[in-house]
Design a protein around this ligand. Structure first.
Ligand code: ADP
Ligand code: ASP
Ligand code: MG
Length: 410
């Protein structure tokens, strides 16, 4: 008998029939002799609808973060009750748990809270009593008991973190695709499903736009060595196993091509080229919780230099304001930006022992007439910032070159 954590995303619980389908899968696992904890998202469209309500009441202005979390966490609360009812309808006992009830303790960073610890007593008690635990994804409680949420897509992280805390054998991520693909299958018709992928690669893919897993869920799984199995809610077949690197037979040079379409670029010109300038520019941004991604600083000319960086588009106006403020304090105010930037990336463990992936990527983009504005690399990833309107074209051509064209994988 094993302990299995299963997570079902929004589409998988999108209507009553689908919730009943989930109940059947959960009950089948239980009847195969396993203990089951099942983590669910809000029904598809529900979280977006709640966010739209918040926007409407606040007339586009910022919402109170505390009340935003109280509101958006209700989506999952609905699903846990409905699924627990459906499971009981099939003759197994089940109990639903909200974030507070399951001991999901987070910090107080509303809307993007981080898990601090998980008190597992309540779930263990229910499992010992033979119950199936149905837990709400995406939500937790802070030290003062306020409801918090973990950021969009956060149910993956709830499920994986709980699986780690309980010492589960596996965390199964059921979703609307049957595994992790070499590119978003909705964007690239020739995307191929991977049987196995290493934690490191999945982490990079998730961080550069493969939304099939929230990045923090992969971090938890990697830290605890917990295998993840990403698979379809609608078919029985095996999907993709996310496992330690040594368990992946084939080390592809490029195992995935991704893009994020929600970037913005800011440039600050003529800043004095002196020690401490980068800290003065970027400290206010990090204090405001704005995550800066790519950064380029040009060679100094006449004692001054230019800095260009990217931020999430949602943070663009605030970041621009802070950049203006910082550069005014430095005696210059030559700041501008562009909101229509996409980041396109290729990821693969095989890059560790294959040179030339970056240059091949640049050549492929050049051939399509796509101008590269910024570049960043890691050991197993190359990312470029480009004009957003070319993002899909870039992903498709890079996928064709690196994955459909097998020369690159030798
Ligand atoms: P859920 O609601 O189940 O959490 P998500 O919508 O968050 O599902 O994630 C699944 C979606 O991720 C798929 O429908 C697919 O369009 C998208 N996706 C993006 N990149 C990839 C990839 N490399 N492999 C598989 N799916 C991907
Ligand atoms: N319901 C939340 C969202 O839509 C969390 C999740 O589905 O993972 O972002
Ligand atoms: Mg998701």
């Amino acid at each position: 008998m094993a302990l299995i954590v299963q997570k079902f995303g929004g589409t998988s619980v999108g209507d009553v029939a689908r919730i009943k389908n989930v109940a059947e899968r959960v009950v089948a696992t239980r009847r195969a002799g396993h203990d089951v904890v099942v983590c669910v998202s809000a029904m598809s469209g529900e979280t977006n609808a709640l966010v739209a309500l918040s926007d409407a009441i606040n007339e586009g202005g910022p919402a109170s973060p505390r009340e935003y979390d109280v509101l958006v966490s209700t989506g999952e609360q609905k699903t846990i009750a409905l699924l627990a009812m459906a499971i009981e309808g099939l003759g197994e006992s089940a109990r639903s748990f909200t974030g507070g009830q399951m001991g999901m303790r987070t910090d107080s960073a509303h809307t993007r809270a981080r898990i601090e610890r998980i008190e597992t007593e309540a779930l263990r008690g229910a499992l010992d009593a033979g119950e199936i635990c149905v837990i709400a994804g995406f939500q937790g409680v802070d030290p003062d008991g306020h409801i918090t949420t973990l950021g969009r897509g956060g149910s993956d992280t709830s499920a994986v973190a709980m699986a780690c805390a309980l010492g589960a054998e596996v965390c199964e991520i059921y979703t609307d695709v049957d595994g992790v693909y070499t590119a978003d299958p909705r964007l690239v018709p020739f995307a191929q499903r991977l049987d196995r992928i290493a934690f490191e690669e999945m982490l990079e893919l998730a961080s550069v736009g493969a939304k099939v897993l929230q990045i923090r869920s992969v971090k938890f799984a990697m830290r605890y060595g917990l295998p993840l199995h990403v698979r379809s809610s609608f078919v029985e077949d095996e999907g993709t196993w996310v496992v330690p690197e040594e368990d992946v037979m084939e080390r592809l040079v490029v195992s995935g091509v991704t893009c994020t379409n929600n970037e913005a670029k800011i440039h600050v010109r003529n800043v004095p080229d002196q020690p401490g300038i980068a800290a003065r520019l970027f400290t206010p941004l990090s204090d405001a919780g704005i995550v800066v991604d790519m950064i380029i600083q040009n060679l100094s000319r006449d004692g001054s230099t230019d800095v260009t960086f990217t931020v999430p588009r949602t943070d663009y106006s605030r970041a621009l304001e802070l950049a203006h403020q910082a550069s005014r304090e430095m005696g210059c105010d030559d700041v501008g930006g562009d909101e229509d930037i996409a980041k396109v990336s290729v990821v693969g463990l095989g890059m560790k022992d294959h040179a030339g992936v970056a240059t091949r990527m640049f050549a492929v983009l050049a051939h399509e007439g796509i101008n590269i504005q910024m570049i960043s690399t890691s050991e197993i990833k190359v990312s470029v910032a480009i004009e957003e309107k070319y993002a899909e074209l870039a992903v498709r051509t890079l996928h064709a070159a690196f994955i459909e064209g097998d020369a690159a994988q030798d």
